[in-house]
Design a protein around this ligand. Structure first.
Ligand code: CA
Length: 235
């Protein structure tokens, strides 16, 4: 049975989450403070964390960073504020998804399952990072580490946003294959991202800039005009 840690200071919301997730066959743990969440992660195997952004003892964003520093467990934010959602969508802080309040029980269950499916496919566990199995794939000058969600290029770890990471991971999955913007978009998130078609281009632009900073000679991310993008990997 998979265990979901709920970090939420409002008992009414937490009760609903516990009920919904247990209906779906998950075990749940509920804490009201960020400090308690970090303590519980030390003690028990947790498969995913639902993290409220407004907690009494610390901000959820800060808590997310602290969890990320130590564990690879998937994190889903709970938030009621539009501006917070905008910040999370940048996903610079390493969250896997977010759920906006008020939420429907069905939505919560679907999001949690989607995140777990993806992370399990990547063989990520809630073991402290570094102690678990390290899944790596080499592809030309690229080294993809599925455990740490990181990609090295010419032996340099790229500082990628989660979207850039997912785009590059998708391109790396089948070098030379042309992926359309829609296909890249599909792989950027577990939940549909509306009207982000143009943003694929901007993520590609910043991804290319980061690759160029490491190696100016070749640009492996190529455009197939009218179709999409593909990765050219020289052996
Ligand atoms: Ca709260």
């Amino acid at each position: 049975m998979q265990t979901i840690l709920i970090v939420e200071d409002e008992p009414g919301i937490a009760d609903t989450l516990v009920y919904v997730l247990e209906q779906e066959g998950f075990a749940t743990r509920w804490v009201q403070l960020a400090g308690d969440a970090l303590e519980l992660l030390e003690q028990e195997p947790i498969d995913a964390v639902l993290l409220d952004i407004g907690l009494p003892d610390a901000s959820g964003l800060e808590t997310c960073k602290q969890i990320r520093a130590k564990w690879t467990v998937p994190i889903l934010f709970l938030t009621a504020r539009k501006e917070e959602i905008d910040r999370i969508i940048g996903l610079e802080i390493g969250a896997d998804d977010y759920i906006s309040k008020p939420f429907s029980p069905r939505e919560v269950a679907a999001r949690v399952k989607a995140v777990l499916r993806r992370t399990q496919a990547n063989q990520i566990t809630s073991q402290p990072a570094g102690q678990g199995e390290c899944e790596q794939q080499q592809c030309g000058p690229f080294l993809l580490n599925l455990t740490t969600h990181s990609i090295s290029y010419h032996n340099q770890v790229l500082e990628l946003t989660p979207y850039e990471y997912r785009i590059l991971r998708t391109l790396l999955s089948q070098p030379e294959r042309v992926f359309s913007r829609a296909q890249l978009l599909d792989n950027m998130s577990d939940t549909p991202l509306p009207s982000l078609d143009r943003s694929v281009d901007s993520h590609i632009r910043s991804l290319r800039a980061k690759l160029t900073m490491v190696n100016q000679e070749n640009q492996p991310v190529c455009t197939r005009r009218g179709f999409g993008y593909f990765l050219k990997v020289q052996a």
